[in-house]
Unconditional design. Structure first.
Lengths: 354, 254
């Protein structure tokens, strides 16, 4: 005997289920958010001869692997056939499904079109967390995507932790004086991650995954008149484990001494903005807000007084040792060890005994 | 043409205190116009030709008016202060939304919307791109040079590993990095003129925004905790008058 609410008798309900058609559930939780997993924009460096996965993307994927508890990991990459050799490596860092936005135009960075594609893929995959490197391009792209999705975004995080899908993002704020822990109020949660903050884990050899080609069909491309790749000479100071940093309190003769000390310690030499202005160092060596944010294990500051902008750039340093004649120098507010003395002389002596 | 510059007032100190909610205590802290905002205003003034105007806008408390006066001194023609108790506690999303409402309602015909690359206090550098997306405009970040070129603009951007020159359509959002701007210093007369310019104050209702679009309620992120970093540092002071002893001390603590 049917339920008699329909006349044709075509429904197979036997009356016991109070008229529920087969396959339907008594209750649907349509308002609960099912977002889960991580989606990472994989930045490709193209300044060399061949395209390579940027270190910051590997760092993020390593961090995701260490905090992930069985959730899915997606990657999104932009470009064309030059990306093929990178698939294996990307999978080995834990990306199960890689979306490749396959378009020759998109080998160049076009934030508007990148954001369109990323937003589409995020809507489709429903990740709980979207991460990118806090590189110049990442910090331009992430807010564009966040605005499209009405999502919360935290910039330049130096620590991440996750509990029951909720991501806690920690970042230095107010010139590095304060570490703020921030959570998003909705999914997806978005963050950019400061390069050099997390170690790169060993890749899992032989890991496999899927690659999905994605086409946006859109064409919001910039009218690029010219583009000039600037070769980053040598390495990047933001990746150095030890930095010997010089400020206006040292003489020019100390530069080779500092180079020697840095070499003996396995680190690099960086500087404050004043020395770049004097022309002693290229801008790529400058630490601070208008230069680079660094996160070394040890930051040895010689003759650096510590402007707000400089202190902001070293807030992620694990230890700061300052040598400065002025005991009241602002760098003392953040330094672990403050040595009041002549920076040039101490540097010379340090070179001798190392 | 109209050039809109969105500026921010920031505290002029490293010694910043936070209250128990993790919000910045602004009382008694000297404030200045953010250096990058200043570059942006200078850029806009440098682009100005006969008949053009530069409009500075800032979202902030009543005191932010002083930052806007600084903009006027540099050469802005008009200044708007978006100030309302409801705007307090805004994150990037709520801030961008408020600025978007301002641009759409008051200066929708702006030829360029300029911002500083980032602000010295929050240092998030996210507002320009969110604003561009909300306005559905092109974005050009890290601009080091802007030139006028027959109805559009030629913008040079510095990505660190790439210097890119783009043609930008009218109405684009630009974030300005430092760069050389040849700007005549404001004359004494300018300072006198500026003191009589009225800063127009706009609140939430003027912008046609709902309470859940702005401030803390309109934000998509919340600060769950914050701690001062300096307390973690030991800050041990050592006498370094003898360089040799100091050097071996450093070697010891490395």
């Amino acid at each position: 005997m049917g339920c008699e609410t329909c006349s044709g008798g075509s429904c197979s309900v036997d009356g016991k289920g109070k008229g529920l058609p087969p396959g339907m559930l008594e209750q649907y939780k349509l308002n609960s958010n099912r977002s889960d997993g991580y989606l990472v924009w994989i930045e490709v460096e193209r300044s060399g001869e061949s395209a390579r996965v940027s270190d910051v993307s590997k760092e993020i994927l390593s961090k995701v692997r260490s905090m992930n508890n069985g959730s899915r990991v997606w990657g999104v990459i932009f470009g064309h056939s030059e990306l093929k050799p990178l698939y294996k490596e990307i999978h080995s860092y834990g990306v199960e499904t890689l979306y490749e936005v396959h378009d020759r135009n998109l080998t160049e960075f076009h934030p508007e079109e990148y954001a369109v594609a990323l937003a589409q893929i995020i809507v489709r995959t429903e990740p709980a967390t979207v991460l990118m490197g806090a590189t110049p391009r990442g910090r331009e792209l992430a807010p564009r995507v966040a605005a499209k999705l009405d999502a919360g975004l935290t910039a330049d995080c130096t620590e991440l932790s996750v509990e029951d899908r909720v991501l806690s993002m920690t970042r230095p704020a107010f010139g590095g004086n304060v570490l703020a822990t921030i959570q998003c109020t909705s999914f997806p949660q978005m963050a950019t991650v400061r390069p050099g903050t997390f170690p790169i884990a060993e890749p899992a050899e032989g890991a496999n995954g899927t690659v999905i080609y994605w086409q946006t069909g859109g064409c919001w491309l910039k009218d690029i008149v010219s583009s000039e790749r600037v070769r980053r000479e040598e390495e990047d100071i933001s990746r150095a484990r030890i930095l010997v940093s010089l400020g206006a309190g040292v003489s020019k003769d100390s530069i080779p001494v500092a180079e020697s000390v840095a070499r003996k310690l396995g680190g690099m030499v960086s500087c404050s903005r004043k020395l770049v202005e004097k022309g002693w160092f290229p801008p790529s060596r400058q630490v601070g807000q208008s230069g680079r944010s660094v996160a070394p294990d040890v930051y040895l500051a010689f003759g650096i007084s510590g402007s707000v902008q400089h202190l902001a750039g070293i807030s992620a340093a694990k230890r700061i040792i300052s040598v400065n004649r002025d005991p009241e120098a602002r760098i003392g507010e953040v330094a672990d060890e403050i040595i009041v003395g002549d920076a040039d002389a101490v540097l010379r002596e340090l070179d001798k005994i190392l | 043409m109209k050039f809109v510059v969105a500026v921010k007032q920031v505290p002029d100190t490293v010694l910043i205190k936070v209250d128990e909610n993790g919000s910045l205590i602004r009382v008694g802290v000297p404030s200045i116009l953010d250096p990058y905002s200043e570059y942006a205003v200078e850029r806009a003034v440098a682009l100005k030709e006969e008949g053009d105007s530069v409009i500075a806008v800032s979202m902030g408390p009543e005191q932010a008016g002083s930052a806007l006066f600084r903009c006027l001194e540099i050469g802005a023609d008009e200044a708007y202060l978006l100030s309302d108790p409801a705007f307090a506690g805004a994150d990037v999303h709520a801030t961008s939304r408020t600025l978007k409402a301002f641009v759409e309602k008051y200066v929708s015909d702006a030829a360029l919307i300029l911002c500083g690359k980032q602000a010295a206090d929050g240092d998030t550098a996210q507002v320009p791109a969110e604003l561009a997306e909300m306005l559905d405009r092109d974005q050009f970040c890290y601009a080091v040079d802007i030139e006028r070129d027959a109805g559009s603009f030629i913008i040079r951007q510095d990505y660190g590993d790439e210097i890119r020159t783009c043609r930008a359509p009218e109405g684009s959002v630009v974030s300005v990095q430092e760069g050389d701007v040849n700007r005549p210093l404001p004359s004494i007369q300018r300072f006198i003129d500026v003191s009589s310019v009225e800063i127009k104050k706009l609140g939430r209702l003027d912008l046609g925004l709902g309470t859940f679009s702005v401030g803390l309620k309109g934000s998509r992120t919340k600060i769950v905790s914050s701690r001062a970093v300096r307390t973690e540092r030991s800050g041990r002071v050592t006498d370094g008058t003898d360089p040799r002893a100091a050097a071996s001390f450093i070697k010891g603590v490395l």
